[in-house]
Design a protein. Structure first.
Length: 154
């Protein structure tokens, strides 16, 4: 019988303060170390929560891409610049305008949660990056963070 553990990545920045990202651009890629990853683990991304904050709040639409190796993206990149990088994509979670919840009083924050399972095999880290599709960019006074939930086989 396998032993599974459900974990969270903790809050990770997709687009940080002073980062500016336009339509059809990537944010910086980042690593999500898997719990207990002194060895490679298999499992499944269960879903993600996005958190938008800032003075000019934007409810971002785009795709959160997951990779089995670091694609070495920096904010503003418009493409994965090599075919080899595309071959590291595990999958993606699309985020649409209708996924966002913002309290009726408005304010400076909104959240989106999407459950989209994505399986992965034998990794110590999962890498992720945001691809922004909304025509309105994310400005220097806005922050887009994420929290990834995943299950691993111990």
């Amino acid at each position: 019988m396998s032993n599974t553990i459900v974990k969270s990545s903790g809050v990770k920045p997709l687009v940080a303060t002073a980062g500016v990202i336009a339509a059809n651009e990537f944010g910086t890629s980042f690593a999500i170390p898997l719990y207990g990853a002194e060895r490679s683990l298999s499992g499944e991304i269960l879903g993600t929560t996005l958190i938008a904050t800032g003075t000019a709040l934007i409810q971002a639409t785009g795709n959160l891409l997951f990779f089995n190796a670091d694609p070495e993206l920096t904010i503003g990149d418009a493409d994965l610049d090599a075919a080899a990088k595309w071959k590291t994509v595990i999958g993606w979670i699309p985020i649409a305008a209708g996924d966002w919840f913002e309290p009726s009083g408005g304010g400076l924050g909104a959240v989106a949660h999407v459950n989209t399972p994505l399986a992965f095999d034998s990794l110590q880290n999962i890498y992720a990056a945001w691809f922004h599709e909304l025509a309105t960019g994310i400005g220097a006074d806005e922050v887009l963070d994420c929290l990834i939930e995943y299950r691993i086989e111990k």
